[in-house]
Design a protein. Structure first.
Length: 128
């Protein structure tokens, strides 16, 4: 597996995208709104930054921002089979957040692992 992207929670995805575009000389390669989020992806050569902005005061990203403020929300790993990656996680005693893969940004299948079992890091599997 390789790191697919790092998800960053923010109150203003447009402003943060502009900052990273200027700072790192990267481009916005995808934007969409789904599941209560505005999602902006920036291309950083071999991986992506995913900026996550809630469109309302509900949902996990809004709660994350309220509790912790802006910052790294998750690290995502690319996999050929998200369901198999979830099964491997269960076999080694890691509790999944998702019982099975679900639709994510760009129409990819995604699944998350609980951070209490992964050193405090919310891990996402992404199947392209």
């Amino acid at each position: 597996m390789r790191i697919d992207h790092v998800g960053i929670a923010t109150d203003d995805a447009a402003a943060l995208a502009e900052l990273f575009a200027d700072l790192l000389a990267v481009e916005v390669v995808h934007e969409e709104t789904f599941d209560g989020l505005r999602v902006v992806f920036l291309d950083c050569e071999n991986s992506l930054f995913e900026l996550l902005e809630p469109v309302d005061d509900e949902g996990p990203i809004a709660r994350f921002l309220e509790r912790r403020g802006s910052g790294i929300h998750h690290v995502a790993f690319e996999t050929d089979d998200a369901a198999a990656a979830l099964e491997r996680a269960r076999e080694v005693g890691i509790e999944p957040v998702d019982e099975e893969p679900r639709p994510g940004a760009w129409g990819h299948e995604v699944a998350f692992l609980h951070p209490r079992d992964t050193g405090g890091v919310l891990v996402e599997f992404v199947e392209h």
